[in-house]
Design a binder for this molecule. Structure first.
Ligand code: AMP
Length: 590
């Protein structure tokens, strides 16, 4: 399929205001896409150049793109730059110059989706001397061979500003509709995606081999599994009731989640983060230890990497562990700030899938293969059958400086990519009134009045993620708590992701001055969760017969910046806010 065609679909997607319509257009697009192009068509629609663990960053600098437009259109960089200042979007500018320069166009090549993708990939990975010029050349060729509409989307994609607002769940639903007549097949597609984390691959296999092909997608080394997530409850009693009277309680370490893939014969170890990014380079010490300490040929296991101060005998907070993100400091930090990995799950062992096995069995094997572990240790745990014992374990964990505990169902499977009651967390913060913070996604912003006017910024509209409906629901407007640094950062990044209207997957009754693509997550604290006649978070007909959503009272930002470790779909869910509202009511009564 020619890229032009997909660009026409992108244009339609952009003007849509509901998720259902979005699915219909995507379904049509996927049906029309050939097998040869489908993998790339899916990646492009996601706005990426591969799955997250491939670690390929798109993003060509503004100045280079302007030079590429100059070469393709014959207009001068100064003219292009002036136009860009007016439109605020270099994609739109590229489209306009492509339109104006129709007669001067150098190339009449038309690229397919795959060819376009391959060139963009080449642009992304080209480095070294002379690379600037080859990037400009390749980019200008792409622009010159496109229609104005195609040029617009090529530039947006390359600059990382494609604002289609299509989520993974939306693509899965469209794939299911396009290639099967079975609505329920979406669940199987989701399962396949949860174990390979590669949506392009899932789409390609479905198009090429049909349902049978999807059955054949199995857990494999060096393809990260989408992590299991925990639900939350506020007392040992509630947890034990959910767990039918008996469960395992594990210490909850506040470090960085790590999924370790080890192939001993090849001497290969890779580490993936909660967001499935490859973080191997951050932890050379853990990689060495994995080859030395794990008693197995090949394994996929999961745990929490956390820095530990041996002199003071304390676990260090997340921020300390996260310092390893700074590349140049890694080897120095490996000396001065040793980390440990506390393993808590096992998904694959010596060629066998362990995800379907019961927790007790997985844990037993984990204990066997980590017997020699020094840097790779086991997460502490205890099997309990009374709320009193669970609470006692919890209090001990807090005394040791940990964040809380995670209870696990003894017979539960490893449920990839989902928040289920087989894991339930109990954190210190749930004990006080809403002292737990919320991670919310920004969906819009307001212009400032008064002293903020010079920043042209007056606050943000934030939403939760409704994971059941795959939409974002507004929960609060926030105008306070911003440091000047964060304010600057927000002004800069939000203006780049403005959308022309409300993004299709945002459900809202309020209208900010500008809508933005739901992409950035911030951490927020509030005094209380209240019922709201306006906000759509958790909007429902409730037990008392009335309809309402939830909102936050006195919300303020607590993070110093954007939560880079979380994507939009990893914000707190609407369902969690509804649960927190209930917990809060109970705490107040007791
Ligand atoms: P939260 O980030 O608050 O939703 O809590 C879930 C996170 O706790 C997981 O993603 C892990 O990174 C972390 N964690 C720490 N210790 C454990 C444990 N023993 N079992 C499961 N998750 C744990």
């Amino acid at each position: 399929m020619l890229f032009e065609k997909i660009a026409a679909y992108y244009d339609r997607l952009e003007s849509i205001s509901s998720r259902l319509e979005m699915i219909d257009v995507l379904t049509e697009m996927l049906k029309e896409t050939s097998e040869d192009d489908i993998r790339e068509a899916i990646y492009m629609t996601q706005g990426v150049l591969g799955p997250p663990f491939a670690g390929i960053e798109i993003g060509i600098a503004e100045k280079l793109t302007e030079q590429a437009i100059e070469r393709a259109s014959g207009y001068k960089v100064s003219e292009i730059d002036a136009n860009f200042k007016k439109t605020g979007d270099l994609g739109t500018s590229a489209g306009q110059f492509a339109e104006k320069s129709k007669l001067k166009r150098m190339s009449s090549n038309k690229f397919t989706v795959k060819e376009t993708f391959d060139i963009l990939l080449k642009i992304a990975v080209t480095s070294g001397s002379g690379s600037q010029d080859s990037k400009i050349r390749m980019m200008s060729e792409l622009i010159a061979s496109s229609s104005p509409n195609g040029a617009k989307y090529i530039v947006r994609f390359a600059m990382g500003t494609l604002r289609l607002g299509v989520g993974d769940a939306t693509i899965l639903e469209a794939l299911s509709k396009a290639f099967t007549d079975d609505r329920k097949f979406k669940t199987e597609l989701e399962n396949a995606y949860n174990i390979c984390s590669d949506l392009g691959e899932v789409g390609y296999i479905l198009a090429k081999k049909g349902k049978k092909g999807i059955d054949g997608i199995k857990i494999s080394l060096f393809k990260p599994i989408r992590p299991a997530l925990a639900e939350r409850l506020s007392t040992g009693e509630e947890i034990l009731e959910k767990m039918h009277g008996k469960c395992s309680v594990e210490s909850k370490y506040d470090g960085m989640r790590a999924q370790l893939h080890v192939d001993k014969k090849k001497g290969k170890v890779q580490i993936y983060s909660r967001r499935l990014e490859n973080t191997t380079e951050m932890f050379p010490d853990i990689c060495e230890a994995a080859l030395r300490e794990i008693d197995a040929d090949s394994v996929i296991l999961e745990g929490e990497i956390i820095a530990y101060d041996e002199v003071a005998n304390i676990f260090l907070p997340f921020q300390e562990t996260a310092q390893r993100r700074r590349k140049h400091e890694i080897s120095a930090k490996a000396q001065s700030l040793p980390v440990y990995m506390f393993s808590f799950d096992l998904m694959y062992l010596n060629g066998h899938d362990y995800m379907e096995k019961e927790y007790s069995q997985r844990r037993m094997k984990l204990e066997e293969i980590l017997k020699k572990g020094k840097m790779l240790r086991l997460a502490d745990r205890k099997v309990v059958d009374s709320a009193k014992d669970l609470e006692k374990y919890f209090v001990n964990a807090i005394d040791e400086g940990l964040e809380g505990v995670v209870a696990k169902g003894l017979n539960s499977k490893y449920i990839a990519g989902a928040r289920k009651f087989s894991w339930i967390k109990l954190k210190r913060s749930y004990r006080n009134e809403l002292s737990d913070t919320l991670d919310l996604v920004i969906v819009g912003y307001y212009l400032g009045k008064g002293s903020r006017e010079e920043f042209k910024f007056g606050g943000i509209l934030c939403a939760t993620y409704n994971d059941r409906k795959d939409v974002f629901e507004t929960v609060t407007r926030i105008g306070t708590g911003f440091t000047e640094k964060l304010l600057e950062e927000l002004r800069e990044i939000l203006s780049k992701i403005r959308t022309t209207g409300k993004p299709a997957r945002v459900v809202s009754n309020v209208e900010p001055d500008f809508w933005v693509e739901p992409r950035y997550v911030v951490t927020v604290r509030a005094d209380e969760i209240t019922k709201s006649p306006t906000h759509t978070c958790g909007w429902n007909k409730h037990e008392d017969g009335t309809q309402y959503g939830y909102a936050l009272r006195f919300p303020r930002i607590v993070s110093n910046g954007i939560r880079e470790d979380k994507g939009a779909e990893e914000a707190n869910t609407s369902h969690e806010v509804a649960e927190m509202y209930k917990l809060q009511k109970k705490t107040k009564l007791s």
